[in-house]
Design a binder for this molecule. Structure first.
Ligand SMILES: *[C@@H]1O[C@H](CO)[C@@H](O)[C@H](O)[C@H]1NC(C)=O
Ligand SMILES: *[C@@H]1O[C@H](CO)[C@@H](O)[C@H](O)[C@H]1NC(C)=O
Ligand SMILES: [Cu+2]
Length: 231
């Protein structure tokens, strides 16, 4: 009891005493790669500050100041892929993972166009207004299954952790994001969709982005973005 109370207090204080977070590494076959090896180094690799403008070009991969590319890593379709944070996810919020297939070499592709589909999400748990909880909070790594039917080839993989602790005014939601580069092997012949552009997928007015999570306690939560394509 005392322990869980203390843990709760620490969780509440964490935003005040710690910095924010980045997602610098991929976990493939259970092995975590180095920071910024398979993930494009983001502008915030020192200060871990979020993107708050969903229409900014940095909302895609957050690399406008680094122009970074990365080393593409093979990932088998149907296997587990992890995207590791440099800290645990401590803000209340939700997670989306998007992918986009490069027309050629992903290491020189910018991810422009209506090419992104969602492969994974971690949403909020609600119960009609008595409580709301955030299963992504306290995760260090976001892990999902690369759809078995995904065509083989080179992809950008973009994780997005949406922090909602100050999201009750427009532009208040904080997006922690990065783009990894993977080469999907042994894939299938699925047709991923629905496809969206990033930026473009959100306006910032979505009920799951512009939201007061504290009062009144939301009765439901609507995850931002398209439906997950699971193959
Ligand atoms: C990134 O690219 C832009 C546009 O080509 C250039 O102005 C800038 O100096 C580059 N920055 C770095 C860190 O390479
Ligand atoms: C992607 O994987 C295929 C199948 O193993 C391989 O032939 C190809 O060279 C790989 N491409 C990259 C960029 O790693
Ligand atoms: Cu923060």
């Amino acid at each position: 009891m005392l322990k869980s109370l203390l843990f709760g207090v620490l969780l509440a204080l964490a935003p005040l005493i710690a910095s924010h977070y980045t997602f610098p590494a991929l976990v493939v076959n259970g092995v975590q790669g180095g920071d910024w090896v398979n993930v494009r180094m983001t502008n915030n690799h020192f200060d871990q500050s979020p993107v708050t403008d969903v229409s900014s070009i940095d909302f895609r991969c957050y690399t406008s100041a680094t122009n970074a590319t990365a080393t593409t890593i093979d990932v088998a379709a149907g296997s587990q892929l992890g995207i590791a944070a440099d800290d645990y996810i401590y803000h209340p919020g939700v997670v989306n993972v998007y992918m986009a297939k490069a027309p050629g070499d992903v290491s020189t592709w910018d991810g422009s166009g209506t090419v992104w589909f969602k492969v994974y999400q971690i949403t909020a748990v609600t119960d009609g207004g008595t409580s709301i909880s955030w299963p992504s909070t306290s995760l260090n790594t976001v892990t999902f299954t690369v759809p078995k039917n995904l065509p083989s080839g080179q992809y950008l993989v973009r994780v997005e952790a949406i922090a909602l602790h100050v999201a009750s005014t427009f532009g208040g939601a904080q997006f922690y994001l990065s783009c990894g580069q993977i080469n999907v092997t042994g894939g299938g012949s699925g047709t991923p969709g629905p496809l969206v552009a990033i930026p473009g997928v959100y306006t910032g007015n979505e009920p799951g982005i512009l939201i007061n999570i504290y009062y009144p306690i939301p009765a439901t939560y609507i995850q931002p973005g398209p439906a997950v394509w699971s193959g």
